[in-house]
Write a protein that binds this ligand. Structure first.
Ligand code: SF4
Length: 437
């Protein structure tokens, strides 16, 4: 008997890896003729793909679940399903505390979710990515090359939620890339927890350079963007490949979390500060117009005033183009969880604010230095009512980095187009320009 079409509403929280997982799940559900609805109260099934990274993210996920529970109570005939990191990490606790949720699943738990919704994988394409349902604008897409992480950073719970590092087979990644480009994708954003570790598990060697070389051959692909490089596994060959590539954008995203050897040790990051320094320097010397992106944590147990001053000095010297700062939060079952806080919550907040202010000034200077220059820009949005277009240079990743605002808009310009833009003004986080020609 043909199954009644189920109306499904899916909320995705957290990082780009979760977005990718939701897109794979949507693809599987679509393969079974499920229907997707914008409003949760119109759905038969509400799915929440949660994040469990830090306190703030966990609270956001819990609020989304409580909201879904309330809708179910009001409507009475819906199913509420929770999956993703928070669920992977706290399943038994959540089952007790949230009895109105029909089922909790982990990360990448597609088969169990399908089975719970009375769908079978029979007849579904062999590989999950074959039916992926893009939730990003059609001209760019995330490309997850691996899941999990083998590092044991003292502050991080991700390995507890996503497990050990599992590279995807290179042929599948390249095949998926070609499929996405055939659908109109021009920019692929390569993601994992640790992109430079790629291949060490299944091929017993680092294979990121080989993978990127294969992706460069994908016909029609314009931009390849790398995220989450890890300092101890960044090879000089990778920097050289990026320097000579026409497709890999000059964008080096390498979260380092701190810079003193004392704190790198306390955080169990491995590696030394001079190697981090050397990678950023090398990238600046070799990769033309490279954009450097990184993140730091302040207030981690063990951080002294000297450590913080050294970090501040490093940020002022390196003048990063993109920088994120987090305040340390105690995460259960992580190595630093039971350690004393180095500083008070107020001092953590003060250190955070001080670094963000320094970075804001640097970001303004860096952007003002772009005035008068021209950049290749990928158009993400066009607002014909106000004749303004929004796009990104190779130095801007979607949703997290700067934006190029093109106004007044003259000439043809569509979402997904590449245009050359001359910059005539800048702020801390935006460039303003006009299309050339
Ligand atoms: S590299 Fe460290 S911070 Fe990143 S996911 Fe792995 S354990 Fe967490």
């Amino acid at each position: 008997m043909r199954q009644k079409t189920q109306k499904i509403h899916l909320t995705t929280l957290g990082c780009s890896k979760n977005t990718y997982d939701s897109e794979v799940l949507l693809g599987q559900l679509a393969a079974h003729q499920a229907e997707f609805v914008e409003e949760a109260d119109q759905a038969d099934v509400i799915i929440i793909n949660t994040c469990g990274f830090i306190e703030l993210a966990k609270q956001e996920s819990i609020d989304a679940i409580l909201e879904a529970e309330q809708i179910k109570r009001d409507k009475g005939d819906q199913k509420v399903i929770v999956c993703g990191c928070l669920s992977a990490r706290y399943k038994s606790q959540l089952e007790k505390e949230m009895p109105n949720v029909d089922a909790f699943f982990g990360t990448e738990d597609y088969d169990n979710i399908l089975r719970f919704l009375n769908y079978s994988r029979d007849g579904a394409p062999e590989f999950l990515y074959e039916k992926r349902f893009l939730s990003t604008p059609s001209h760019y897409a995330f490309l997850k090359i691996a899941e999990g992480c083998n590092h044991t950073c003292a502050f991080c719970a991700i390995p507890l939620m996503r497990g050990k590092y599992r590279s995807r087979e290179m042929r599948h990644i390249v095949e998926e890339a070609q499929m996405l480009v055939d659908q109109g994708v021009k920019e692929l954003i390569v993601i994992s927890q640790d992109t430079t570790f790629y291949g060490l598990d299944i091929y017993k060697r680092q294979a990121i350079v080989e993978l990127l070389t294969a992706l460069e051959k994908v016909d029609g692909l314009e931009w390849i963007r790398l995220h989450y490089l890890y300092p101890t596994t960044v090879q000089d060959e990778l920097i050289d490949l990026m320097a000579g590539s026409k497709k890999i954008v000059p964008y080096l995203d390498m979260p380092v979390q701190h810079i003193t050897d004392h704190m790198l040790k306390a955080m169990k990051r491995g590696g030394k500060s001079h190697r981090i320094y050397n990678i950023f320097q090398q990238a600046r010397e070799k990769i033309k117009d490279v954009t450097l992106r990184t993140t730091f944590i302040v207030g981690h147990p063990g951080e002294t005033r000297e450590d913080f001053e050294a970090l501040k000095g490093f940020i002022q010297e390196m003048r990063f183009d993109r920088l994120g700062v987090f305040t340390y939060s105690h995460e259960e079952n992580t190595a630093a969880f039971n350690e004393e806080d180095a500083v008070s919550a107020e001092e953590k907040a003060a250190r955070y604010a001080e670094l963000m202010q320094i970075q804001q000034d640097i970001s303004l200077d860096n952007n003002l230095a772009k005035v008068g220059r021209s950049y290749r820009v990928l158009i993400d949005e066009v607002d014909w009512s106000s004749m303004v277009a929004y796009g990104r240079t190779g130095g801007d990743s979607p949703e997290i980095d700067n934006e190029v605002i093109i106004s007044p808009l003259v000439g043809a310009c569509n979402v997904g187009d590449f245009v050359d833009v001359k910059i005539h003004d800048a702020t801390e986080y935006e460039l303003h320009g006009k299309i050339e020609g």
